[in-house]
Design a protein around this ligand. Structure first.
Ligand SMILES: Cc1ncc(COP(=O)(O)O)c(C=O)c1O
Length: 429
């Protein structure tokens, strides 16, 4: 099979092919993707997340070091000594697992501590914690919204939000477009019992920030509530890293604040922070919480410490922003299109699936680990190389990636021929 003629979307359903047949057709597609060296999924790491990573080469099977430009470990807390030690202590004190679901014996004092800490970090009364960010979004929405309600979603919200809205009415508005949101709010005004506008604080594919101040004002004006997913915002934006509500001086004014513990917090899990009554309701009606074993003690211990590190070591966030500013300035001066990105996520928009796959392959050969993103994850004219930065990247790492992007950008006709050094010397912003 010629994989260039197809995308992942084509194998989600195939008429008259049962599940085994479908999997087998998909297998032949993937074989051709590998043949072309366009397979950049599930690279196996030998030492875990960090600015560089030892990875088993997909094609030779040999280990090699790569500059890791695809992690959500924005502050490198996955390996922070305080976070590791706290996790180790919790592991030794409570054991490897929580032993039960939270309602029936699985709740530890460190789980409760984490709930309280994350609630106060987000300026809310209380919080519920889940074992994944996906689970927290999805199960919360499934618990809250039914046939009589409506979820009004930004078109780019995370899949966990989309999947959580399967039991309710759904309308999408154009990304970050307040006129489109307003129209839907006007139309739904007297039709539904609960109206919930759901947005991401920072969008995972684009790195741009939702205009949360306008969203909250509009939604509340029309009697709707707001839920914001803070996965890529927490630890990154806001004066103290508290995320999008802090960025817009809206703390305490957003009805439901969701987030993950797997990105800047450096471990795994998710949370929903809100008023105490709503949180308590979720503890009894959110099936993914009630019927699933509580977070591991090691994760909870690490996360309680990670919360403290974010507050007590602002220099980590400052270093991340230094890297963001440097990388952004240089990519823009080279002539790359970064869309509306404002944060640690850099979509280098190329708009041609083949070029994205080829540039991904070449970067991989150069020892640079990025995420090529193409249809159906984004529309074909917005296919891109997605890069994310960490506090621990050095200027040397960033320069190596910038030089590679300059070289490949020119070779594939994405940018002009002016050299990066000339542009920087000319003081381009
Ligand atoms: C915006 C957004 N929300 C939620 C999630 C899910 O979080 P987790 O990885 O903790 O399940 C992700 C993760 O990829 C995300 O990008």
């Amino acid at each position: 099979m010629d994989s260039t003629k197809y995308s992942l979307k084509d194998f989600a359903y195939i008429q008259d092919a049962d599940i085994m047949k479908r999997a087998s057709i998909f297998q032949s597609y993937m074989e051709d993707v590998k043949e072309k060296h366009h397979y950049q999924y599930r690279r196996v790491s030998l030492n875990g997340s960090g600015p560089t990573m030892e990875v088993i080469d997909t094609y030779t099977g040999k280990p090699r070091e790569m500059i890791y430009m695809a992690s959500n470990d924005y502050l490198n807390l996955t390996r922070h000594p305080r976070v590791l030690e706290a996790g180790y202590k919790a592991l030794m004190k409570y054991g490897a697992g929580a032993g039960s679901v939270p309602l029936l014996g699985g709740t530890l004092d460190i789980h409760r501590q984490l709930e309280k800490d994350v609630a106060s970090f987000k300026g809310c009364e209380d919080a519920i914690i889940y074992t994944s960010g996906f689970g927290s979004n999805c199960n919360t929405l499934l618990a809250l919204l039914g046939k009589q309600d409506i979820a009004i979603l930004d078109q780019y919200v995370h899949a966990s939000i989309v999947d959580g809205c399967q039991k309710t009415n759904v309308r999408y508005f154009r990304h970050n477009n307040m006129d489109a949101l307003k129209k839907i709010l006007e139309k739904s005004q007297n039709e539904y019992v609960t109206k919930l506008v759901v947005v991401d604080g920072v969008y995972s594919m684009d790195g741009d920030i939702a205009p949360l101040d306008e969203i909250v004002e509009l939604a509340h004006k029309y009697g709707a509530y707001v839920m914001v997913d803070e996965a890529h915002a927490t630890g990154v934006i806001g004066e103290h890293g508290r995320g999008t509500p802090e960025h817009f001086h809206l703390e305490g004014k957003v009805d439901i604040v969701a987030g993950t513990f797997s990105k800047a917090f450096g471990a795994v899990g998710g949370f929903i922070a809100s008023n105490a009554e709503l949180v308590e309701y979720l503890r009894f009606y959110s099936r993914g919480y009630m019927f699933s074993t509580a977070m591991t003690p090691q994760a909870a211990g690490s996360l309680c410490e990670a919360m403290k590190v974010i507050v007590e070591e602002p220099q980590l966030r400052e270093k991340l922003w230094e890297n963001i500013r440097y990388f952004r300035k240089n990519l823009l001066s080279l002539g790359f299109n970064l869309g509306h990105s404002e944060t640690a996520i850099f979509p280098i928009i190329i708009g041609d699936d083949w070029k994205v796959k080829e540039i991904g392959r070449r970067l991989d050969e150069m020892g640079i680990y990025v995420n090529p993103v193409f249809y159906p994850a984004v529309s074909r004219n917005l296919s891109r190389i997605r890069i994310s930065l960490m506090a621990g990247h050095t200027k040397e790492h960033l320069d190596k990636v910038l030089n590679a992007m300059e070289y490949l950008g020119k070779e594939y006709g994405i940018i002009g021929n002016g050299s990066i050094q000339e542009e920087i010397a000319a003081g381009a912003e």
